[in-house]
Design a protein around this ligand. Structure first.
Ligand code: IVH
Length: 689
């Protein structure tokens, strides 16, 4: 059957459009048409190809959906072997590598291209006259498997090269990594879990398994992605630099990592490595290190390859984030609220770039779930700056002498009874603030930056103060003096004075900070702010908490009816309300608040404004006031009962304008609002007095 010209032309146009949309979608991540519109073009092309099978080309976008399943993969011999990389793990080894490169080339400094080392699998893609004709896995480096049909299903792999300015060589082998982005991996795990299917262990395995599916229709369903990182056999093109190769690949329509950078010498390489290590956790895909390649291709040739590893490239791997070691013991750390956190004492291992000898086990449920016993071999994980944790037990290595963890009946620090309520994964010391561990943590919290912010009052110093009986509760901090402090270890007259000054400064605080500093269980910064904003004064909060207390266990109340006062605060749920009301119901807590206030801790009330000459009046400040900051002027107005607002409206009573007042002044004049200068404001205070 002859194909009419119109059909031939239409098919070519559709193919070109679909190639362009694939490129925009998968490579640029910047689609310009809706999926439905894409589908329409796609269906039209498929229809034409069905009608005129002659039109069907192997690089047609319709070939991405995956053809017939096969019985096996044909072997493919690589024209040039697919090499592996020498690995280094320390800066010293990296510098050795660089020294050798420079020595062999006889130069002082060289440029490298730094690339992320993606954790997927290497593939080779052969393009003839710009069309993808074959794709293969790396295999053993000499011979791989023909997975063309599967690779074609990956949207990020161009079926036809773009040729904007740079002419495409007649034969071009592109090499790169097929990988599974983390989001796709997570979706897969979630879906497989929900369906009770087998869950892939990691993105690398998942990618490898997907690519080696005999039925390409299955591969097509997996969210695989691709990054190009180099070339293999090429005819009709002799690039000079690796960076130039990458630039061309990008122009031809291949996705390349945004993280690729040219770096100078070992110093530049080390900096790049550190930068990537820092960014690693935030990337959308797994990387297990970085690769450095000599940029100069003639230099690459000169250096050559030894036993499958090029002398001109190196993989600088991140330190393993997991390692095996032995749990020598498990003991308990006592936290601020008495929670006992089981902590594994480990045989020291090097993991995630640090020597680790302790790892958290979080709580007793976790210990039970993981089944950790003392004496067990475990996998310890430390990623980035996070606290090392015991990931899992290596059951196959469990020794006979392994023994189960016993929850202590008494607090290991103060000897008070330990209780664990039904259903609570946490065991707690009942010692309260008589337990030195709880007291230290509570005071650490009290003095922390976002609470009362007492600079210099850290864990060590608090430990000494508690041990010597100088501090038994937070209010005692305000009765310390320079002489007593100066006698402590590692404390001189000067640092003692500094601490006293810091303690003095901390007395001026805000209601929200004060509430947060009290360390009420579950009341973090945000909740403290919400409570302060809602109640305005500590008295109002205390009253509400006490009024709510009897509702805690009242048998006839519905849940909704408990804690009616506290529940009015945004974000305070029944559990938090219960904890707040319980806290205030304790006499000793209210006494502590009293002591703190008597010691001089104070804050402006946020509501219940002061009655004064400015009561009921709203002010707006604008421009620079002579000899007074905005905050000071605000405090002055509020101290006399006035309110300060940020913008001028008809409700504004006065605008106080300083030098260079701008639009607010103009608006005041327009609305006919009275305008004062600072003297005018003072006169208002004086006149009203
Ligand atoms: S270059 C010298 N570049 O690492 C040629 N490989 O150990 C060797 N890999 O099989 C390949 N990211 O799967 C190169 N930017 C990158 C890479 C990379 C990941 C993998 C690739 C290869 C293995 C080599």
């Amino acid at each position: 059957m002859t194909v009419p010209d119109s059909a031939r032309e239409r098919a070519a146009a559709l193919r070109a459009q679909l190639h362009e949309h694939d490129y925009r979608y998968y490579v640029l991540d910047d689609p310009i048409i809706l999926d439905a519109e894409y589908d329409r073009l796609f269906d039209e092309l498929r229809q034409l190809e069905r009608e005129y099978p002659e039109l069907l080309a192997p690089d047609s976008p319709t070939q991405r959906v995956g053809g017939a399943a096969r019985a096996d993969f044909a072997p493919v011999r690589h024209r040039l072997p697919m090499l592996s990389l020498r690995k280094v793990t320390t800066e010293e080894e990296l510098r050795d590598f660089d020294r050798r490169v420079r020595q062999l080339l006889g130069v002082d400094i060289v440029d490298y291209v730094g690339e992320p080392k993606l954790d997927g699998l290497a593939v080779s893609l052969i393009y003839e006259d710009g069309a993808l004709v074959r794709g293969a896995t790396r295999g053993d480096g000499e011979t791989g498997e023909d997975v063309t049909a599967n690779l074609k299903t990956i949207g990020a792999i161009p079926l036809r090269l773009r040729d904007p300015e740079k002419r495409v060589p007649p034969v071009l082998e592109v090499r790169g990594e097929v990988y599974l982005p983390l989001a796709g991996f997570k979706r897969w795990v979630d879906e497989a879990t929900a369906r009770g299917e087998r869950v892939p262990v990691n993105p690398r395995n998942a990618a490898a398994g997907s690519l080696r599916q005999l039925d390409p229709a299955i591969t097509a369903k997996r969210p695989l992605a691709f990054y190009a990182y180099g070339i293999g056999h090429v005819e009709g093109w002799r690039p000079r630099l690796h960076s130039q190769v990458l630039e061309h690949l990008r122009a031809w329509g291949f996705p390349l990592s945004e993280l690729i950078e040219r770096v100078r010498g070992a110093d530049g390489a080390q900096r790049y490595f550190e930068a990537m290590q820092a960014r690693r956790a935030k990337l959308a895909f797994d990387i297990d290190g970085v690769v450095f390649k000599l940029d100069d291709l003639a230099g690459q040739d000169e250096l050559g390859t030894v036993s499958r590893e090029p002398r001109w490239a190196v993989a600088y791997k991140f330190a393993a984030e997991e390692a095996e070691t032995v749990v020598e013991d498990i003991d308990f750390q006592v936290g601020r609220t008495g929670a006992l956190t089981p902590t594994a004492r480990l045989r020291t291992v090097f993991v995630g770039g640090a020597h680790v000898s302790n790892a958290t086990l979080h709580n007793l449920d976790e210990v039970a779930r993981k089944g950790v016993m003392i004496g067990d071999w475990v996998i310890v994980r430390r990623a980035g700056d996070v606290i090392p944790e015991v990931k899992e037990v290596v059951l196959a290595k469990r020794p006979e002498h392994a023994r189960a963890l016993k929850v202590p009946e008494r607090c290991p620090v103060c000897g008070s009874p330990v209780v664990r309520e039904v259903g609570d994964p946490v065991a707690r010391c009942t010692g309260g603030l008589t337990c030195p561990a709880q007291l230290t943590r509570a005071l650490q919290h009290f003095a922390s930056r976002r609470a009362l912010d007492i600079e210099g009052l850290g864990e060590k110093l608090l430990g000494q103060l508690i041990e010597q009986g100088l501090v038994r509760k937070s209010s005692d901090i305000y009765h310390l003096d320079v002489k007593r402090l100066a006698e402590l270890e590692r404390m001189g007259e000067k640092s003692a004075q500094n601490l006293i000054d810091a303690i003095e400064r901390s007395k001026d605080t805000t209601l929200a900070r004060f509430i947060y500093a009290l360390g009420i269980p579950q009341v973090g910064e945000a909740t403290a702010q919400a409570l302060a904003a809602h109640f305005g004064t500590l008295e109002a909060l205390t009253e509400a908490a006490l009024a709510d207390a009897p509702t805690a266990d009242a048998p006839n109340l519905k849940d909704k009816e408990r804690f009616p006062q506290l529940r009015k605060v945004p974000d305070v749920g029944p559990e938090v309300a219960r904890l707040i009301s319980q806290w205030f119901a304790q006499e000793k807590h209210r006494a502590l608040i009293e002591e703190l206030r008597r010691a001089g801790v104070r804050w402006p009330d946020t509501k219940a404004p002061v009655e004064g000459p400015l009561s009921g009046k709203t002010f707006v400040l604008t421009g620079a006031l002579p000899g007074m900051t905005r905050d000071e002027a605000t405090a002055l107005i509020e101290a006399h009962g006035g309110k300060v607002s940020g913008s001028v409206s008809k409700k504004t009573d006065y605008v106080v304008a300083g030098a260079d007042a701008g639009s607010k002044l103009a608006k005041a004049e327009k609305l006919g609002v009275a305008v004062l200068d600072l003297d005018g404001l003072k006169a208002l205070l004086g006149a009203a007095r």
